[in-house]
Design a protein around this ligand. Structure first.
Ligand code: TYD
Length: 396
């Protein structure tokens, strides 16, 4: 049974940056109710009523995974590791984005699946790319003959797909007998520990734990045999999954992670009720900081037009009254307006100037990378504001 525990209010699609802030465009903006629920049987945490993926993964999709050094490094590292560990002949990626992972492999080994047509076009010239949603019928089409995948990789994608049953069944039928599915997604334990409620938005239909993943995949004759903690997206888990009867033994690392999750009571509803209270507190604290700074006539901007910050701004009702603009390195976000709150987005070159007093860390998951990059800003007295793990001003 699904039980709601967190209401983040009316939210727009986190990816729906607006081309103008004209009345006509704003009047057509789509909003939905963002409630988050806990399944008392599988312990899976999910958006209570997911949005139709056809609205989300269009040919306008803005996110480019290769924009960040952190992500580029992370993907090249895991690609090398998978090559060494499993020597795959065929590697398939589900959600290949702009090719940041597959570019680490020889062309003949790769099958890419990417439903956003604008992104699929970026890799189609070099790699076999299917511009489609991952479904059973697509799996059948790809693996029509005897071919199967030795490694299926999917980062920050499986948690975006509402129909997990079909997703894992299609994976099970595409894997070779000793094939391995490797998935990466933000970790629920990190979300709870960091109070990072902004990991919930329309695209993050699920925030997985190892406990929930092992329960869910069991129905598709798959088995979780290993997991590791990784630093991306504010703390993620990488899961290693195989067919039920494959040779892989359960690792100590997985057992440790499962024990830690049980200790944190991720399998109990009361944990989420507590979390929900802390989220409300975080909202109040953040609004208070903004109010105080504005009273002192401080100029506040936001750093990184992230999907996560869309949840924060819409939940906390923070708009242009507090934030002058958002800076982002992504070219196709610049010149647009943030979803729901319609804050203009400009380049960091333009935006990170002498007049800025405070920058809200919308991209808090890249805090280290950003603080290193913005040494000058900090040196001249500029300060960052973050709500993770608790609301505070960062001055060095
Ligand atoms: P991302 O981490 O993908 O977060 P989300 O999934 O919540 O959107 O997005 C990071 C965004 O921040 C991306 O649009 C690029 C931007 N960014 C900057 O503008 N400057 C930076 O130095 C970094 C690291 C990211």
């Amino acid at each position: 049974m699904k039980k709601n525990f967190l209401n983040l209010g009316k939210q727009p699609l986190a990816n729906s940056f607006l081309p103008t802030n004209s009345k006509k465009i704003l009047s057509k903006e789509f909003f939905y109710n963002l409630n988050v629920a806990f399944d008392t049987k599988t312990f899976l945490v999910s958006v209570a009523k997911p949005v139709n993926p056809e609205f989300q993964y269009t040919d306008q999709y803005a996110h480019r995974a290769s924009e960040s050094i952190t992500m580029r490094n992370s993907f090249s590292k895991i690609a090398n590791k998978l090559n060494k560990k499993f020597s795959p002949k065929i590697v398939m990626e589900i959600g290949s984005n702009d090719g940041v992972f597959i570019r680490n492999f020889e062309k003949r080994k790769i099958i890419a699946v990417e439903p956003c047509k604008n992104l699929a076009r970026l890799t189609a010239g070099k790699y076999k790319t299917y511009p489609d949603f991952w479904t059973k019928s697509l799996a059948k089409k790809i693996f029509r003959k005897s071919k199967s995948a030795d490694v299926i990789f999917s980062a920050n994608t499986i948690s975006h797909i509402p129909d997990l049953k079909q997703t894992f069944e299609a994976i099970e039928s595409s894997l070779s007998p000793q094939g391995v599915l490797v998935i990466e997604d933000p970790s629920l334990l990190s979300v709870i520990k960091n109070n990072s409620y902004d990991q919930f938005y329309d695209e993050h239909v699920y925030v997985f734990s190892a406990i929930a993943i092992s329960n869910v995949i069991r129905k598709s004759n798959l088995r979780l045999f290993d997991a590791e903690k990784i630093k991306t997206h504010g703390g993620s888990l990488r899961y290693y999954i195989c067919k039920k009867n494959a040779k892989y033994k359960t690792t100590n690392n997985l057992n440790k992670i499962l024990t830690e999750e049980k200790k944190a009571k991720l399998n109990q509803f009361k944990t989420y009720k507590k979390f929900s209270k802390k989220v409300k507190q975080s909202k109040n604290n953040l609004i208070n900081i903004f109010k105080k700074l504005k009273k002192r006539n401080k100029k506040i901007i936001s750093y990184g037009a992230t999907y996560k910050s869309s949840t924060v701004f819409n939940y906390c009702n923070i708009g242009t009254k507090y934030i002058d603009y958002v800076t982002d390195t992504t070219l196709n976000k610049q010149g647009k307006f943030t979803p729901g709150k319609h804050i203009p987005i400009i380049s960091p070159e333009k935006g990170m100037n002498e007049s800025v007093d405070y920058a809200f860390l919308g991209a808090w998951n890249f805090k280290k990378e950003i603080l290193k990059k913005e040494k000058e800003f900090i040196k001249r007295g500029g300060k960052f504001i973050s709500h993770v793990p608790s609301v505070k001003i960062i001055s060095s």
